[in-house]
Design a protein around this ligand. Structure first.
Ligand SMILES: Nc1ncnc2c1ncn2[C@@H]1O[C@H](COP(=O)(O)OP(=O)(O)O)[C@@H](O)[C@H]1O
Ligand SMILES: [Mg+2]
Length: 263
């Protein structure tokens, strides 16, 4: 349903953020996009939603296709109309609007009836949002804001939901709620998910397939189970040594030079 082929992305025609990325999301799949800070994950999602231009970002080479269609020729609105909806890093709610107003914004391309029906479904999925529906979004907790951001995306009726670091800065219990919701959307509604996460262990637990991105390149990809068995991934992203003990960040830094996929 979504394919990127040899995509290169530059900011300001000067900074090469993504070098040569190819990736595929098939209908009904959960695909994890892993990698450390600055690897290019958010840039990849923005290129798919076609929202790079406000940051002077540009896809200079390669192809992005939604089915057979050339996504680079579509507007950001058209991408949403095709069913690809992006929950950006840092939630990006409208802080002065209420929860319900934020949710309704997700439906700006849709009719009243569709929005009303989806709103009820979002409230069923996140009862907490229903309780908070009249609250101003800027005063919600981080977890509630993430629920509202996911809810707003769901109002747009996605076939493919793209989530940029949904667990960032949230308490474990809230992370569980968010991830359970992601899994149930996938399992019960067949929604495809493209999940960007720094928490590799969490992402690989729910994903079918994974890509590891470093310095704007895909350095490793494969079925999630295989990725999580990879010794380098265990060491550098899951924080485990071969004996199963947790490594300190200092050790990880020290061993970084040894990464097999870069040598
Ligand atoms: N608006 C921007 N202008 C210039 N450089 C940017 C911009 N956004 C991101 N970059 C650079 O592009 C690279 C990839 O960033 P990003 O996609 O945000 O990584 P990730 O999401 O994996 O942390 C980084 O080197 C970052 O500094
Ligand atoms: Mg990012």
């Amino acid at each position: 349903m979504l394919t990127l082929t040899n995509v290169q992305i530059m900011y300001d025609r000067a900074i090469e953020a993504v070098r040569d990325v190819s990736l595929t999301v098939r209908p009904g799949q959960i695909v994890a996009l892993l990698g450390s800070n600055g690897a290019g994950k958010s840039t990849i999602l923005k290129s798919i939603s076609n929202v790079l231009y406000p940051e002077e970002g540009e896809v200079l080479h390669g192809e992005i296709r939604i089915g057979e269609e050339d996504a680079l020729a579509l507007s950001a609105d058209d991408i949403v109309r095709r069913g690809i909806v992006h929950v950006p890093e840092g939630r990006r709610l409208f802080p002065l609007m209420t929860v319900e107003e934020n949710l309704r914004m997700g439906g700006y391309l849709h009719g009243r009836a569709a929005v009303a029906e989806r709103l009820e479904r979002v409230y069923a999925l996140f009862p907490r949002l229903k309780e908070r529906r009249a609250y101003v979004a800027g005063y919600l907790s981080g977890g509630e804001q993430q629920m509202a951001a996911v809810g707003r995306a769901l109002i747009a009726g996605p076939k493919l939901l793209m989530l940029d670091e949904p667990s960032l800065g949230l308490a474990p219990q809230i992370i569980d709620t968010i991830f359970e919701t992601i899994v149930s959307l996938n399992r019960d509604e067949g929604m495809a998910i493209l999940l960007v996460e720094q928490n590799a262990a969490l992402a690989l637990k729910v994903a079918d397939y994974g890509y590891v991105v470093e310095n704007g390149r895909v350095v490793l990809d494969g079925p999630a189970e295989r990725i999580s068995q990879n010794e380098d991934v265990k060491e550098f992203y899951l924080g485990f040594t071969e004996g199963g003990a947790r490594k300190s960040f200092r050790d990880i830094k020290h061993y970084k030079r040894r990464k097999r996929w870069l040598s």
